[in-house]
Ligand binder design. Structure first.
Ligand SMILES: C[S@@+](CC[C@H](N)C(=O)[O-])C[C@H]1O[C@@H](n2cnc3c(N)ncnc32)[C@H](O)[C@@H]1O
Length: 317
């Protein structure tokens, strides 16, 4: 038992080694086998310490090693920039400010406030807005997760019943890209903060920049709110929902996609702690989401599972 505990204390070292490798583009440069010396020259790194990192990555099964040549394997190929199924930015996402927020989780537990906000003096999305590189990296991470998570959404929901659909807080538009691929006649509108919209590149989609706390444009017969409400406390979530309500015509549909803790077998308590530290929020149950939406005027219609984690809650105005 004690030995298990001792190794548990340093389990994060492995992730930190992998995330450091992503940060210095090591996996991208090891698509062809190279020695530590070759790689150190190519990336201007300290050869001795690079060798320590390469061996750690090899021992953790993230690199293949033949004599003194290192190369990516079937695992780390997903951590290269150009892999169409890359998770490089998803990997990097957790080792920056998220980690700092976790290191200060005690503050959140004591005060009920976000430790991120205490350290960086502003809410997470304002911080991203002021740091273009971090904003881009975060949204690339969201896109990489979203490509998997929303793959089956257009098969589960018949979007052809709507003339137009708006994804509110849709990041770089992965959901709409999937919907458009199956329902080319549905008009798709992406709404997010202006700096996010400026960088979103998906084709055939109308893009509108703005804040969901101010006004959501009156543009569609259905709104998708996916992984939005879980970023905000009840008061802020209510404001977003009220603005969605005002943006929609009567009989329109609201799709809320979230990890509903009562609908899945997976334990969400650590994710809730992450949300608390980052955004003063938490993972809710479906009943809590339904009551939030009903308070804003929506009528609950039905629910369906999207994947192992996420549930789609459907509401009518
Ligand atoms: C957790 S991400 C979810 C992204 C996407 N919906 C998904 O499921 O992958 C939260 C999104 O809310 C957007 N967002 C944050 N504050 C916003 C605001 N005030 N107005 C509009 N969008 C906002 C962020 O830019 C980001 O795209």
């Amino acid at each position: 038992m004690r030995d298990k505990l001792k190794s548990f204390f340093t389990e994060h070292w492995k992730y930190m080694a992998v995330s450091t490798a992503c940060k210095i583009n090591l996996f991208d440069h090891l698509q062809k086998a190279k020695t530590a010396k070759q790689l150190a020259t190519e990336l201007s790194l300290n050869e001795n310490n690079l060798l320590l990192l390469l061996d750690a990555l090899h021992n953790a099964d993230f690199l293949e090693k033949k004599s003194d040549l290192y190369k990516i394997n079937s695992f780390s190929e997903f951590l290269t920039e150009d892999n169409p199924e890359s998770l490089k930015y998803a990997c990097l996402n957790w080792s920056g400010e998220h980690l700092t927020a976790w290191q200060n989780l005690g503050f959140s537990i004591k005060t009920g406030k976000s430790s991120f906000e205490k350290i960086y003096n502003k809410p997470f999305f304002d911080f991203l807005n002021d740091n273009p590189e971090k904003l881009h990296a975060y949204h690339k991470a969201m896109y990489q997760y979203a490509k998997d998570d929303y793959k089956f959404l257009p098969d589960i929901i018949d979007f052809s019943i709507h003339k137009s659909v708006m994804d509110v807080g849709g990041s770089y538009g992965a959901i709409l890209e999937n919907i458009k691929a199956k329902y080319s006649n549905v008009e798709c509108v992406l709404f997010d903060l202006p700096k996010v919209i400026d960088k979103a590149t998906i084709p055939s989609i109308k893009k509108i920049g703005g804040s969901f706390f101010e006004k959501i444009p009156n543009q569609s017969q259905a709104i998708i709110l996916s992984r939005i409400l879980h970023d905000w406390n009840d008061k802020k979530a209510y404001l977003i929902l009220k603005n969605c309500f005002e943006a929609l015509p009567n009989n329109a549909t609201l799709y809320v996609i979230e990890n509903c803790s009562d609908k899945i077998k997976i334990d969400l308590s650590l994710l809730s702690l992450n949300m608390t530290a980052m955004c003063e929020s938490y993972e809710r149950t479906s009943t809590q989401y339904i009551s939030l939406c009903e308070n804003a005027g929506f009528q609950f219609h039905s629910e369906t599972k999207l994947n192992e984690l996420q549930t789609i809650l459907m509401f009518k105005k």
